[in-house]
Design a protein around this ligand. Sequence first.
Ligand SMILES: [Zn+2]
Length: 272
Amino acid sequence: MESSESILKRVMDKTTTARDESSAALPGQPDRVSICPICNDRGIILQGDTAVPCSCMEQRKIENRFRYARLSRELMNCRFERFNLDYYRSSDGMDHINNAKRALAASNDFAQKVLENPHEVGLLFTGPVGSGKTFLAASIANLLIENQCSILFLIVPDLLDELRASYSNKNETSEFDLLDIARTIPILILDDLGAHNYTEWSRNRLYTILNYRMNEQLPTIITTNLNFEEIEHYLGERTCSRLLQMCRVFRLSTEQDIRMQNYIKREKLKEK
Ligand SMILES: [Zn+2]
C-alpha cells in the first residue's frame, strides 16, 4: 500500500487552492483525485469468482480524510519534528523556550494518548500572532489523520462566515450539517479564536458546539490570541468556563513574530 506521506503529496499536488477545494470536500461530496488503473474506480476487483475490495479503497479513505479535515496546503506540512525551538530563544530569559517545550510535549502527548482514549482532554494554545500555535495544532492534525482519526480543522472566522451564509440563504440544512459535523466530529480543531465582532448569534453557535463537545467528552484543540479575561469578554462566561473544563492551557510566545523571523532569514538569503 502507498504510504500516507506519498498519498498526501499526491493530494497536495492536485490541489489548486486548498481552502477552496476543502470547502467543497464535506462528507457526502466526494471529489476524486485520480482514476484507479487496477479497478477503474469500481472499488472492487475479481479474484477468481469472488469480488474483493481493491487496494485503492484504503488510499481513497486516507485521501478523503485529508480533504475532509480541511487542512490548507501550508498546514499539511506541519509536523512535530519540524517545530523549531530556535525561534523561541531570546535575550530576555528562558520563558519563551520553556513554554514552547511544554506546549510541544503536551501536543505530542495528546496526539499519542488520543489514539488510545477518544475522550482525552483537549488543548488550548494562547499567545500572540506568529508564536507557533497553529503550527502545533496542525501538527497534531496531521499525525492523527495519518493514524486514521476523523478530525476537522476549522478557522473560527471562516466557520462563522459559513454558518452565517448558509443561515441567511435559508439553507438551514447546510447550516445544520456544518454545525452538526463540528459538534460531533471525534476531534475538532478551532483555529484563531480571536477578537472578532461576535454577535449574540455567533456566540451562541460557538457555545452550542463547545457545550455539546464538553458533554460528550470529545477532544477539542483551540488556538487563540486572547487571554481568558478577553475570551470571557468576547464569548461570555459560560463558554469561557467550558473551555477551561475541556482543555489544558498552554502559552506560546516569542521575542519576535516567527513569520517576521522567517522573512528576515529569507531576505538575507536572497541578498547573498
Ligand atoms: Zn482500485
